[in-house]
Design a protein around this ligand. Structure first.
Ligand code: FMN
Length: 205
Protein backbone atom coordinates (compact mmCIF):
# COMPACT_ATOMS: atom_id res chain seq x y z
CA UNK A 1 0.00 0.00 0.00
CA UNK A 2 1.37 3.44 -0.89
CA UNK A 3 1.72 5.80 2.08
CA UNK A 4 0.47 9.37 1.95
CA UNK A 5 0.33 12.00 4.69
CA UNK A 6 -2.89 14.01 5.05
CA UNK A 7 -2.70 16.96 7.43
CA UNK A 8 -5.83 18.93 8.28
CA UNK A 9 -5.27 22.42 9.66
CA UNK A 10 -7.55 25.18 10.85
CA UNK A 11 -8.54 26.86 7.60
CA UNK A 12 -12.10 26.81 6.38
CA UNK A 13 -12.86 23.92 4.03
CA UNK A 14 -13.04 20.80 6.19
CA UNK A 15 -15.30 19.26 3.54
CA UNK A 16 -12.34 19.07 1.16
CA UNK A 17 -10.33 17.11 3.72
CA UNK A 18 -13.09 14.64 4.49
CA UNK A 19 -13.82 13.98 0.83
CA UNK A 20 -10.11 13.61 0.12
CA UNK A 21 -9.76 11.12 2.97
CA UNK A 22 -12.66 9.11 1.54
CA UNK A 23 -11.13 9.06 -1.95
CA UNK A 24 -7.68 8.09 -0.67
CA UNK A 25 -9.19 5.19 1.29
CA UNK A 26 -11.17 4.04 -1.73
CA UNK A 27 -8.00 4.24 -3.83
CA UNK A 28 -6.33 1.86 -1.36
CA UNK A 29 -3.78 4.33 -0.01
CA UNK A 30 -2.29 4.03 3.48
CA UNK A 31 -3.13 7.39 5.04
CA UNK A 32 -1.13 9.00 7.83
CA UNK A 33 -3.55 11.50 9.30
CA UNK A 34 -2.65 14.47 11.49
CA UNK A 35 -5.10 17.15 12.60
CA UNK A 36 -4.12 20.39 14.32
CA UNK A 37 -6.25 21.59 17.27
CA UNK A 38 -7.55 24.44 15.10
CA UNK A 39 -8.33 21.85 12.41
CA UNK A 40 -10.41 19.93 14.96
CA UNK A 41 -12.19 23.16 15.85
CA UNK A 42 -13.10 23.86 12.23
CA UNK A 43 -14.21 20.25 11.63
CA UNK A 44 -16.58 20.66 14.57
CA UNK A 45 -17.81 24.07 13.43
CA UNK A 46 -18.30 23.33 9.73
CA UNK A 47 -19.29 19.66 9.71
CA UNK A 48 -20.28 18.91 13.32
CA UNK A 49 -17.52 16.30 13.59
CA UNK A 50 -15.99 15.78 17.04
CA UNK A 51 -12.53 14.25 17.16
CA UNK A 52 -11.14 12.61 20.26
CA UNK A 53 -7.40 12.46 19.51
CA UNK A 54 -6.81 10.02 22.40
CA UNK A 55 -9.39 7.55 21.13
CA UNK A 56 -9.41 8.24 17.42
CA UNK A 57 -11.52 6.07 15.19
CA UNK A 58 -12.27 6.61 11.52
CA UNK A 59 -16.01 6.74 12.32
CA UNK A 60 -15.39 10.11 13.97
CA UNK A 61 -14.53 11.55 10.55
CA UNK A 62 -16.64 9.43 8.21
CA UNK A 63 -19.75 8.74 10.30
CA UNK A 64 -22.36 8.80 7.58
CA UNK A 65 -20.29 7.11 4.92
CA UNK A 66 -18.56 4.52 7.08
CA UNK A 67 -20.43 1.68 5.42
CA UNK A 68 -19.71 2.96 1.91
CA UNK A 69 -16.06 3.80 2.57
CA UNK A 70 -14.65 0.51 3.73
CA UNK A 71 -11.19 1.17 5.12
CA UNK A 72 -8.97 -1.81 5.82
CA UNK A 73 -7.90 -2.17 9.46
CA UNK A 74 -4.94 0.15 10.00
CA UNK A 75 -5.35 1.84 6.62
CA UNK A 76 -5.71 5.21 8.34
CA UNK A 77 -2.98 5.77 10.94
CA UNK A 78 -3.85 8.70 13.17
CA UNK A 79 -0.93 10.62 14.70
CA UNK A 80 -1.18 13.15 17.50
CA UNK A 81 -0.02 16.53 16.15
CA UNK A 82 2.58 16.75 18.98
CA UNK A 83 4.02 13.27 18.41
CA UNK A 84 7.50 13.90 17.01
CA UNK A 85 8.31 10.22 17.43
CA UNK A 86 5.81 9.27 14.69
CA UNK A 87 7.43 7.68 11.63
CA UNK A 88 6.41 10.57 9.36
CA UNK A 89 8.62 12.91 11.43
CA UNK A 90 11.67 11.20 9.91
CA UNK A 91 13.04 11.22 6.38
CA UNK A 92 13.84 7.50 6.73
CA UNK A 93 10.10 6.78 6.72
CA UNK A 94 9.18 6.55 3.05
CA UNK A 95 5.99 8.11 1.71
CA UNK A 96 4.68 9.00 -1.72
CA UNK A 97 3.86 12.52 -0.63
CA UNK A 98 1.98 14.79 1.70
CA UNK A 99 -0.96 17.13 1.41
CA UNK A 100 -2.02 19.83 3.86
CA UNK A 101 -5.74 20.30 3.24
CA UNK A 102 -7.03 22.76 4.08
CA UNK A 103 -3.88 24.72 4.89
CA UNK A 104 -4.19 27.70 7.23
CA UNK A 105 -2.09 30.80 6.70
CA UNK A 106 -0.44 30.02 10.04
CA UNK A 107 0.75 26.58 8.96
CA UNK A 108 1.72 27.93 5.55
CA UNK A 109 3.90 30.57 7.22
CA UNK A 110 5.47 28.03 9.59
CA UNK A 111 6.29 25.60 6.78
CA UNK A 112 7.73 28.39 4.62
CA UNK A 113 10.13 29.21 7.46
CA UNK A 114 10.95 25.60 8.38
CA UNK A 115 9.72 25.99 11.96
CA UNK A 116 8.78 22.32 12.57
CA UNK A 117 6.91 23.18 15.76
CA UNK A 118 4.39 20.37 15.49
CA UNK A 119 4.14 17.08 13.60
CA UNK A 120 2.38 18.67 10.62
CA UNK A 121 5.10 21.29 10.19
CA UNK A 122 7.84 18.71 10.80
CA UNK A 123 6.43 16.20 8.30
CA UNK A 124 6.14 18.99 5.72
CA UNK A 125 9.75 20.00 6.40
CA UNK A 126 10.80 16.36 5.94
CA UNK A 127 8.99 16.14 2.61
CA UNK A 128 10.79 19.28 1.48
CA UNK A 129 14.25 18.14 2.52
CA UNK A 130 13.68 14.70 0.98
CA UNK A 131 12.48 16.36 -2.24
CA UNK A 132 9.16 14.57 -2.04
CA UNK A 133 5.79 15.77 -3.22
CA UNK A 134 4.19 18.34 -0.94
CA UNK A 135 0.83 19.83 -1.85
CA UNK A 136 -0.72 22.66 0.17
CA UNK A 137 -4.34 23.72 -0.20
CA UNK A 138 -4.51 27.24 1.26
CA UNK A 139 -7.80 28.98 1.95
CA UNK A 140 -7.96 32.66 2.72
CA UNK A 141 -9.35 35.71 1.01
CA UNK A 142 -8.22 38.35 0.33
CA UNK A 143 -4.54 37.47 0.51
CA UNK A 144 -2.02 39.82 2.08
CA UNK A 145 1.51 40.38 0.84
CA UNK A 146 3.07 38.32 3.66
CA UNK A 147 0.81 35.38 2.83
CA UNK A 148 1.62 35.72 -0.87
CA UNK A 149 5.36 35.93 -0.08
CA UNK A 150 5.11 32.75 1.98
CA UNK A 151 3.39 30.98 -0.91
CA UNK A 152 6.13 32.18 -3.26
CA UNK A 153 8.81 30.81 -0.91
CA UNK A 154 7.06 27.43 -0.88
CA UNK A 155 6.45 27.39 -4.63
CA UNK A 156 10.14 28.15 -5.21
CA UNK A 157 10.99 25.21 -2.94
CA UNK A 158 8.95 22.90 -5.15
CA UNK A 159 5.71 22.84 -3.19
CA UNK A 160 2.49 22.62 -5.19
CA UNK A 161 0.27 25.52 -4.14
CA UNK A 162 -3.24 24.32 -4.92
CA UNK A 163 -5.68 26.90 -3.55
CA UNK A 164 -9.17 25.77 -2.65
CA UNK A 165 -10.54 27.52 -5.75
CA UNK A 166 -13.14 25.38 -7.49
CA UNK A 167 -13.75 26.08 -11.16
CA UNK A 168 -17.24 26.58 -12.52
CA UNK A 169 -16.69 25.47 -16.12
CA UNK A 170 -18.15 22.00 -15.41
CA UNK A 171 -21.46 23.63 -14.40
CA UNK A 172 -21.48 22.36 -10.80
CA UNK A 173 -24.94 21.43 -9.48
CA UNK A 174 -24.08 21.08 -5.81
CA UNK A 175 -21.53 21.87 -3.13
CA UNK A 176 -20.32 18.28 -3.53
CA UNK A 177 -19.45 19.04 -7.16
CA UNK A 178 -17.38 22.05 -6.06
CA UNK A 179 -15.62 19.98 -3.40
CA UNK A 180 -14.91 17.20 -5.88
CA UNK A 181 -13.38 19.70 -8.29
CA UNK A 182 -10.70 20.64 -5.78
CA UNK A 183 -10.22 17.08 -4.50
CA UNK A 184 -9.74 15.78 -8.04
CA UNK A 185 -6.99 18.34 -8.65
CA UNK A 186 -5.27 17.29 -5.42
CA UNK A 187 -5.47 13.61 -6.39
CA UNK A 188 -3.97 14.38 -9.79
CA UNK A 189 -0.99 15.97 -8.04
CA UNK A 190 -0.59 12.97 -5.72
CA UNK A 191 -0.91 10.43 -8.52
CA UNK A 192 -4.12 8.97 -7.10
CA UNK A 193 -6.40 7.74 -9.88
CA UNK A 194 -9.95 9.06 -9.71
CA UNK A 195 -12.81 10.05 -11.92
CA UNK A 196 -14.53 12.63 -9.74
CA UNK A 197 -15.00 15.29 -12.37
CA UNK A 198 -15.29 15.62 -16.10
CA UNK A 199 -11.95 16.47 -17.64
CA UNK A 200 -11.88 19.32 -20.11
CA UNK A 201 -11.85 17.95 -23.62
CA UNK A 202 -12.89 14.43 -22.53
CA UNK A 203 -16.40 12.99 -22.11
CA UNK A 204 -17.18 11.90 -18.53
CA UNK A 205 -17.24 8.10 -18.14
C1 FMN B 1 -14.21 28.51 11.90
C2 FMN B 1 -12.81 28.97 11.61
C3 FMN B 1 -12.43 29.21 10.32
C4 FMN B 1 -11.13 29.64 10.01
N1 FMN B 1 -10.81 29.85 8.70
C5 FMN B 1 -9.54 30.15 8.37
C6 FMN B 1 -9.16 30.23 7.01
O1 FMN B 1 -9.97 30.05 6.09
N2 FMN B 1 -7.87 30.47 6.73
C7 FMN B 1 -6.92 30.63 7.71
O2 FMN B 1 -5.75 30.82 7.38
N3 FMN B 1 -7.27 30.59 9.03
C8 FMN B 1 -8.54 30.33 9.38
N4 FMN B 1 -8.91 30.24 10.71
C9 FMN B 1 -7.90 30.59 11.74
C10 FMN B 1 -6.94 29.45 12.04
O3 FMN B 1 -7.65 28.33 12.52
C11 FMN B 1 -5.89 29.91 13.07
O4 FMN B 1 -5.03 30.85 12.47
C12 FMN B 1 -5.06 28.79 13.66
O5 FMN B 1 -4.06 29.33 14.50
C13 FMN B 1 -4.40 27.92 12.63
O6 FMN B 1 -3.67 26.92 13.31
P1 FMN B 1 -3.10 25.64 12.55
O7 FMN B 1 -2.36 26.11 11.36
O8 FMN B 1 -2.20 24.97 13.55
O9 FMN B 1 -4.23 24.75 12.22
C14 FMN B 1 -10.19 29.81 11.04
C15 FMN B 1 -10.58 29.56 12.36
C16 FMN B 1 -11.86 29.14 12.65
C17 FMN B 1 -12.25 28.86 14.07
Amino acid sequence: MKDLVLAITGASGSAYAIRLLQVLIEAGRQVHLVISPAGEQVLQHELGLSIDPRRFSIDQLLPTTAQETDSQPGQVAFHDYRDFSAGIASGSFRTDGMVICPCSMGTLAAVSQGLSQNLIQRAADVHLKERRKLVVVPRETPLGSIQLSNMKILADAGVVILPAMPGFYNQPQSINDLVDFVVSRICDQLGVPQDLTKRWGKPKN
